[in-house]
Ligand binder design. Structure first.
Ligand code: PMP
Length: 349
């Protein structure tokens, strides 16, 4: 399937295009489910001690995450969402004037943080199917390149680079250039597409895998993200760890989330099923929507974003009128289908 994807990245602001709050806010790829009661309870308990500082430098959280991943605690660095960790990566692994290679469009944070770090962005257009063009990205790497970002799944299309292509790419890029493998939506990937990051890290000392509790774990408001890789690289990134930078609720929220893995996995599956149902319904109406492996769909324009906005639905918009919408809430999924097709609601599963 051919999908037209243009770069038109503008920062996402809640209600930017709406004078009144929209009926449905699907612009930030959030999880439609509120936190699980067990997670809420754990977080509440920490609030009773909010007069106390958290750890000076986080130790318990990286240890907890490392145990879950099966890596060493010194291989994990945590931060204020994946965004905070990504900025730390840019600030520690690049110097102003360097270049960062990523696909365009991509997660807004990359162009924004590149600018903050004084690093020149080298955006590489997606291919016609909405995939990251690894060959073109490889060609864009030169002696000024200080960082490469590959997203798997990709934002905003939800597409996934085949595992073999990723492996070949990692073997092909110069080992002096750090590569961020952004796996913000990895929990939505099916088992067949999943690649064990530990094997990749063992082979590539320049690889750092970025993840978040904002998406499948549904904790975007708590701002918990992390990266893992080889000890030496993580130590470099850790040099800019902000003292007292991680709120005390993070450890409790992560521990409770790991304990609730089956419930969270059921929610993730539900979101994926609803996503596929909405995509099928839209495909039937002729929308060329890429197969998404995340909690959103990319609706190519023109007119997609306008139709959604007119129906009171906030989407992430792109310069050519395309839109990215978060999925998983039956009511908003139905509203999206109606807004785009004028059909009566029928995707609810
Ligand atoms: N990477 C990608 C690909 C994303 O889409 C996002 C959020 N939209 C992030 C990283 C950052 O997530 P957070 O800062 O909430 O952890």
């Amino acid at each position: 399937m051919s999908v037209r994807v243009v770069d038109g990245t503008r920062p996402s602001h809640r209600y930017r295009t709406h004078r009144v709050p929209p009926r449905f806010d699907l612009a930030l790829s959030e999880n439609p489910f509120p936190p699980l009661p067990s997670v809420l309870r754990a977080v509440h308990m920490t609030l009773a001690q909010a007069n106390r500082y958290p750890e000076f430098l986080p130790r318990r959280l990286p240890t907890l995450i490392a145990q879950h991943l099966g890596v060493g605690a010194d291989q994990v660095v945590v931060g204020s969402g994946a965004t905070g960790v990504a900025l730390q990566i840019l600030q520690t692994l690049t110097t102003p004037g360097d270049e960062i290679v990523y696909s365009a469009p991509t997660f807004d944070g990359y162009p924004i943080m590149a600018e903050m770090a004084g690093v020149t962005a080298v955006p590489v257009p997606l291919d016609s199917a909405g995939n990251q063009d690894l060959r073109a990205m490889r060609r864009a790497v030169d002696r000024r390149t200080a960082l490469i970002v590959v997203c798997r799944p990709h934002n905003p299309t939800g597409t996934v680079i085949p595992a073999d292509d990723l492996k070949a790419f990692l073997s092909d890029v110069p080992s002096r250039v750090p590569v961020v493998l952004d796996e913000a939506y990895v929990e939505f990937l099916g088992a067949t597409a999943y690649v064990d990051p530990r094997a990749l890290i063992a082979k590539h000392p320049n690889l750092v895998v970025l993840r978040t509790f904002s998406k499948a774990y549904g904790l975007a408001g708590l701002r918990i993200g992390y990266a893992f890789g080889r000890t030496e690289l993580i130590a470099r990134i850790g040099t800019l760890q902000l003292p007292f930078g991680m709120g005390a609720a993070a450890v409790a929220a992560v521990a409770a989330s790991y304990a609730a893995a089956p419930e969270l996995a059921a929610r993730t599956l539900r979101i994926a099923e609803r996503r596929d149902a909405l995509r099928s319904a839209l495909l039937a109406h002729g929308f060329a929507i890429p197969e998404s492996h995340a909690n959103f769909l990319y609706v190519p324009g023109p007119g997609a974003n306008t139709a959604l906005r007119r129906a009171g639905i906030a989407a992430k918009s792109y310069a050519d009128g395309s839109a990215r919408i978060a999925v998983g809430d039956p009511a908003s999924d139905d509203a999206v289908l109606q807004a785009l097709t004028a059909d009566p609601p029928r995707v609810t599963t």
